[in-house]
Ligand binder design. Structure first.
Ligand code: ADP
Length: 510
């Protein structure tokens, strides 16, 4: 039997992407299809998705959804065999720009409604509301699809459900007064299963009702059971520990491959890094930095938020620039306004040393990874951390926080005096500028030792980072779930309040 899996997500690159979620949804569905699984992606019919999905045709209609009736359009992901179903309700999704934000960078006021509609659509599909083949497993990703497992039970779907936490800090918490508008059944409203400190929480609904919960690295799976990283849900997650599985992410090794990447100035491989010099020159030009083949170039490319310690980088960078007169820094990102402003000021104060591009730009991201010598990637918490893995593929050595997936994937190189064999980068503990600076200092010291640096680059460029192993882990999980008997009468796992309130994290992902 060929398992039929329905992915439900707000992003799938290249149709929609603001961060790692979009990359993972499309790369994983692609890997599963190559391994004989029929994985289809259900996502909103954003303008860009309708424009770029291939072979689109109408394939059904759904009624009774929050926000109104919707059409289903079936097609394929660009340049891919993966099938995609676009949920088309133009009033909800046909908007320019980011999946979540308006032109001024503010979250759409109706995001709760938009993703409640997506969750209802998935549950209806799984319960046979259309002619589309029924899935064996519905695999919901992040809070946007958080209501799916609960609604599947309401609609009487027989499929099993998996919920993957890509980032526990984005929770989809809304006023309980929205419950009726979001189509939350009355009896669910009465219990505490979706209630989070007086709010309705998509995340809590997912954690309570999914048959299995997965998350994207071994370390993050352990961390989220603790108050420090549990974002208020560590208690509930500890109760569901037996159903919580870590499946580390992989990366799309074709898209991020210096030997064939069409978005970089010259292709290269680990045997011959001359092309990387050409890419470095291109990076210096693109980011307005003087051409200097021997200058250490440190990149930073991420959402510009406190999660990514961009605030700490603003403190650390002037110190590093003062101490290392040849150091150049190239920054690509967008996010919190005050952090963007802080970086603008840094670039203004160091015009020949700091190249800054505020914005979301896939091409520039490739240019950055290929051309830089090292990548600074601080994180206060990091479920997986794709960006440092991308940089590694291009022989750009990561300097990262020892948290979550980064602690699993980056092997610390030690020091020039005591280098570590088979290392891939530099790790630091702590959230102070001094912690970050100390790690960059170690990297800069090793950069001027060509043999040690070359060994690091070789290790980075040959690391096993594809989806092969993890695709098999998901397949085993799907098969186990499919073989399990259905739960006869579901009781929410926790009727108690979650452990503590957390400040609602901004949904801004772009
Ligand atoms: P997160 O999912 O927390 O944002 P990851 O490092 O796992 O972090 O994934 C981020 C993804 O988003 C990577 O593909 C990265 O290249 C991309 N990205 C982030 N910011 C930008 C930007 N400003 N321009 C282009 N790509 C970006």
């Amino acid at each position: 039997m060929r398992p039929n899996i329905l992915f439900v997500a707000a992003e799938a690159a290249p149709l929609a992407k603001t961060g790692g979620l979009g990359d993972v949804v499309s790369a994983l569905s692609e890997a599963l299809n190559s391994d004989g699984i029929h994985a289809t992606v259900l996502m909103p019919g954003y303008t860009a998705a309708l424009d770029h999905a291939e072979k689109l045709k109408p394939c059904g209609r759904l009624s009774g959804l929050p926000g109104g009736d919707a059409a289903l359009w079936c097609g394929h992901m660009p340049d891919s065999d993966v099938e995609v179903i676009l949920l088309r309700n133009d009033a909800l999704y046909k908007r320019a720009g980011s999946p979540y934000l308006d032109a001024d960078g503010n979250e759409f006021a109706d995001n709760g409604l938009r993703f409640a509609a997506l969750s209802h659509a998935a549950a209806q599909l799984a319960s046979g509301a259309t002619d589309i083949e029924l899935p064996h497993v519905v695999h919901a990703h992040d809070w946007h699809a958080g209501l799916v497992p609960m609604l599947m039970r309401e609609y009487g779907a027989e499929a099993k459900s998996i919920f993957t936490i890509h980032n526990l800090a984005f929770q989809g918490n809304y006023s309980l007064a929205c419950s009726a508008e979001f189509g939350i059944p009355e009896h669910v409203r009465q219990d505490a299963s979706v209630e989070y400190w007086g709010q309705l929480s998509f995340m809590k609904a997912a954690l309570n009702y999914a048959d299995r919960i997965t998350t994207v690295s071994n370390s993050y799976a352990r961390e989220i059971l603790t108050p420090k990283f549990g974002s208020g849900f560590d208690g509930l997650l500890r109760q569901r520990q037996n159903d919580l599985v870590a499946v580390p992410n992989g990366i799309d090794t074709l898209t991020w491959d210096p030997t064939v990447d069409p978005l970089i100035a010259r292709n290269y491989d680990q045997e011959d890094l001359r092309g990387k010099q050409v890419c470095k020159r291109d990076l210096q030009k693109t980011f307005g930095l003087p051409f200097d083949p021997f200058a250490p170039v440190m990149a930073m490319g991420s959402r510009l938020t406190t999660q990514k310690m961009a605030d700490v980088a603003i403190e650390a960078m002037p110190v590093l620039l003062a101490a290392h007169p040849r150091l150049q820094i190239a920054i690509l990102g967008c996010g919190d306004r005050d952090i963007e402003d802080g970086l603008r000021a840094l670039a203004t104060n160091h015009p020949d040393r700091v190249g800054l591009h505020i914005g979301y730009d896939e091409g520039r991201a490739h240019c950055l990874h290929a051309g830089a010598d090292m990548l600074l990637h601080g994180s206060r918490f990091e479920p997986f951390g794709l960006t440092p893995i991308y940089s590694m593929r291009y022989g750009t050595v990561p300097i990262a926080s020892r948290v979550g997936g980064l602690a699993d994937t980056v092997v610390d190189a030690g020091s020039v005096e005591q280098p570590v064999v088979n290392a891939t980068g530099f790790l630091f503990d702590g959230e102070a500028a001094a912690d970050m600076i100390a790690a960059v200092e170690r990297a800069l010291a090793m950069f001027v030792q060509p043999q040690l640096w070359r060994a690091l680059q070789r290790e980075d460029m040959t690391a096993d980072v594809g989806w092969e192993k993890s695709s098999q882990l998901y397949i085993n999980l799907y098969r186990t779930l499919i073989a399990e008997p259905a739960k006869a009468m579901f009781q929410p796992v926790s009727r108690e309040r979650t452990t503590r309130p957390v400040e609602q994290v901004s949904m801004k992902r772009a």
